[in-house]
Design a protein around this ligand. Structure first.
Ligand code: ZN
Length: 147
């Protein structure tokens, strides 16, 4: 936890770092105590953690990546749970786990289905008896993702 940075005046004299704008989106400036300090204090850091990613458009790219990773993990969970070549689950189950069908990295046609790709899996959503289902298969050629 970082300390409250209330004594701005003394910080100006002692800190070797330049004043910067807090990254939480509050617009306030502060004198960092450490080179890698990006938030004014722990309160601002917590705020950014809870709200920042959704509020700031500059985080859009990062959010897309994290949703893709999340999608991949959720598909993996169901795929491993069922232990089949082709896994079919109710889309609602995926969604309640945080899956978002609109995030994928490409398409691939297989066995007559136009699948959407995540890093390691392919999914295809369709409707049957008024319920949405998602068909999941594993990708043959894994895409290695650097973290
Ligand atoms: Zn802030």
């Amino acid at each position: 936890m970082e300390e409250e940075n209330n004594r701005t005046e003394t910080s100006i004299k002692t800190s070797p770092h330049r004043e910067r704008i807090c990254k939480c989106g509050c617009g306030e400036s502060f004198i960092p105590k450490r080179r890698d300090q990006v938030y004014k204090n722990s309160r601002h850091a917590n705020y950014a953690y809870n709200h920042g990613k959704r509020k700031q458009k500059t985080f859009g790219q990062k959010t897309a990546e994290s949703q893709l990773r999340k999608n991949d993990k959720i598909l993996e969970k169901y795929y491993k749970l069922c232990e089949k070549e082709v896994v079919i689950v109710f889309s609602l189950n995926l969604i309640s786990d945080g899956f978002d069908h609109s995030f994928y990295i490409g398409n691939e046609s297989k066995e007559g289905f136009m699948y959407s790709k995540t890093y390691n899996y392919l999914f295809y959503e369709y409707e049957k008896n008024g319920r949405k289902l998602t068909r999941i298969i594993k990708q043959k050629n894994k895409i290695y993702v650097k973290r």
